[in-house]
Design a protein around this ligand. Structure first.
Ligand code: C6P
Length: 404
């Protein structure tokens, strides 16, 4: 059981007022709020051990390096890859997918096929389109049904010995669908394809065991799981990462550098050129500790309760239609009310202190699939409450009265 009052006290921003009203923060899919321990970790780093990492023998540099590498160890223990060096720090999911798609360029032939799904965020569409443009490979898309679930029978038909890589998200940010990634991975491996799982929306809400999942690449953004913005990681299996060329050239990614020839450092440094985002890596480690203190199974159970309650209360509003009704769903509710533009509703509920996201959620193909300009999206976290959902319902009722 989560002690919600205690948890809420850990997040300074949850004590704030917005437009004169206590904040209700339901935009967790965009970014989560940060507990004070995470904010303190950033301040403490700059106050006490600020220094570059992996570069100096002086004490501060060693302390900074230890704290930085401690996060990699925490991620190893949290996500269970086989090796710590399979965790590459990046700016987040977008950069991780771009890294893979770019570094695959010379391994992809014009006869190869890349499979993504109809549920992808633009971050997991555009880098693959760019890879196809560079190589002549073909992009294929697993379609979805009206509930926002992938049509797995079509996936079976799309897979072939030409499939080079399958890239799908674990949880859809726009609809909340939890995709059957285990099945997707197993089937892709049968035809010899690699699989990238975009874990941006799953990491904050469920325990993930990378070895059990057996995907070839996995991506994560710290800011969606209580950590800072601008930091995340790419996981890749050692044998595959060793086949890829480096992404960026620069300091720290070389073994030897001369004007004639440069050789590259071992993993993970080969993919971590330049001074990294040290403070935020360290604070990411603190966020992982905080999440584990609460426990992902408790988080998952409580968020499911919020999803059930929220769905039940929201559908009482006349004219409200939920977009995305998959059987297996995370705590995201996307909806529209009659023909009222989502933006107008979002603006009114904001005046009442409630933060929801409105628009296409960086998933225009999903909106096109449902022939809508966008949705209103309430995405819950474990620090939200049923009382806050009641406030959203009341605010929506007020918005409808004002706009109809
Ligand atoms: N979705 C949302 O409001 P970055 O920006 O790199 O941390 O994550 C990109 C990304 C990739 N995949 C999925 C499934 C995502 O949800 C996101 C980010 C936010 O839904 C911001 S657009």
């Amino acid at each position: 059981m989560i002690d919600i009052a205690q948890v809420r006290a850990d997040f300074p921003i949850l004590q704030e007022k917005v437009n004169g009203k206590p904040l209700v923060y339901f935009d967790n899919g965009a970014t989560s709020q940060k507990p004070k321990v995470v904010i303190d970790a950033i301040v403490n780093y700059y106050t006490t051990i600020n220094s570059n990492v992996h570069r100096g023998v002086h004490t501060l540099s060693q302390l900074a390096t230890d704290a930085f590498e401690e996060t990699r160890r925490k991620l190893k223990s949290h996500f269970n890859p086989k090796h710590e060096h399979e965790i590459i720090f990046t700016r987040g999911t977008t950069e991780s997918i771009n890294l893979v798609a770019t570094c695959l360029t010379n391994l992809v032939k014009s006869t190869d096929e890349i499979i993504i799904s109809a549920l992808e965020h633009h971050s997991n569409i555009v880098p693959w389109q760019m890879l196809c443009e560079r190589t002549g490979a073909t992009l294929k898309v697993i379609p979805m049904n009206d509930a926002g679930e992938l049509k797995m029978e079509v996936y079976d038909e799309l897979l072939s010995e030409n499939t080079k890589i399958v890239a799908v998200n674990h949880i859809s940010n726009a609809l909340g669908t939890i995709n059957p990634v285990e099945e997707i991975i197993e089937k892709a491996h049968k035809v010899g394809a690699w699989v990238l799982i975009d874990g941006a929306q799953s990491c904050p809400h469920m325990a993930i065991d990378l070895q059990a999942l057996d995907c070839d690449f996995f991506t994560c953004s710290a800011h969606k799981m209580l950590g800072p913005t601008g930091i995340g990681f790419l996981y890749g299996k050692e044998t595959i990462l060793n086949q890829l060329p480096p992404y960026h050239g620069g300091g720290e990614m070389i073994k030897d550098c001369s004007f004639d020839k440069t050789t590259y450092a071992e993993l993970p440094h080969k993919f971590e050129a330049g001074t990294p985002n040290i403070a935020d890596v360290i604070a990411f480690g603190t966020a992982i500790d905080y999440l584990n203190q609460i426990g992902l199974s408790a988080i998952e159970a409580y968020e499911h309760e919020l999803l059930t309650y929220g769905t039940q209360e929201l559908i009482k509003i006349p004219g409200l239609k939920i977009i995305g009704t998959a059987k297996n769903k995370a705590s995201v509710i996307s909806f529209n009310i009659d023909n009222i533009h989502p933006f107008d509703i979002g603006t009114i509920v904001d005046k009442l202190g409630i933060a929801v996201r409105t628009g296409h959620h960086c998933t225009q193909p999903i909106m096109n699939r449902f022939s809508i300009p966008g949705t209103i999206r309430a995405s819950f976290a474990f620090y939200n409450t049923k009382e806050e959902i009641d406030r959203l319902v009341a605010a929506l009722q007020r918005a409808v009265t004002m706009l109809s």
